[in-house]
Design a binder for this molecule. Sequence first.
Ligand code: E4P
Length: 216
Amino acid sequence: MKIFLDTADTQEIIRAQILGLIDGVTTNPTLIRKSGNDPIDVYSAIADLGIPDISMEVYGGLDEMHTEALKLSERFGDVATIKLPMTKEGLIVCQDLSKRKIRTNVTLIFSIPQAILAAKSGATYVSPFVGRLDDQQVAGLEVVRGISGLYQMKGVNTQVLAASIRSVQRAVRSFYNGADIVTMPFSVFSQMYDHILTDKGLDIFDKDIAALNKEN
Ligand code: E4P
C-alpha cells in the first residue's frame, strides 16, 4: 500500500516527508509548469530530498521520447521512472525500456483494454485517472477495480497506480479497489490524518491532564 505525492513542488514534498511515509512522487508537464521551474531542476531537487521513485514524463514523437527517456534514466539512475503516454509510440518505447530494466509508468489510462496493452508492453506501473473518469460520469474506481482484478487473475506484475485523486475518499477507495499505489496531491495527503473526533478526543485528554496536574 504505497503512497506517492502528485506534485512538482519541493516545499510540499518537504512538508509531507516529515511523516516519513512518502514512497514516491509523480510529476507531469502541468505540475512542472505550475512550479515555474525547469523539469531537470525539479527532478534534481526532488531526488536530493531522498525520494526513491520519481515519475518523469517524456513527450513528443517516438524517437524524441526514447532519447529523452534514456537520458533521464542515465542521469537519475534508479530514482527515475519514465512516464509514457498511453499511445502506440508510448507503448513501443515502454517495451524497449522494459527490456533494459528501466521502470516505466504508462499514464493517461482510462480503460481496461489500455491497461492490458500497457501490461503486455512490460509497464512497471499503469496510471488510471480516477478523477478525470469521474468528471465524465464514468466510475473511475470501477476502472481501477477492473484492472487490478484482471492483473491479479492473470498473475501480471504491472502495478496499478491510481492517479487524478481529488479526495481522501477516492484515495481510500482506490486501495479498496485493488490499487497498489495511490498518488495524491499534498492537499489530499494532509487530510488523511485529520478527524474531528481525534481533535475532540485530544482536547478532552488535554483538559483532564491539566485537571490531574492541579489535583496532585
Ligand atoms: C499523475 O500521474 C497524473 O498526471 C495526475 O494525477 C493527474 O491529475 P489531474 O487529473 O488532477 O490533473
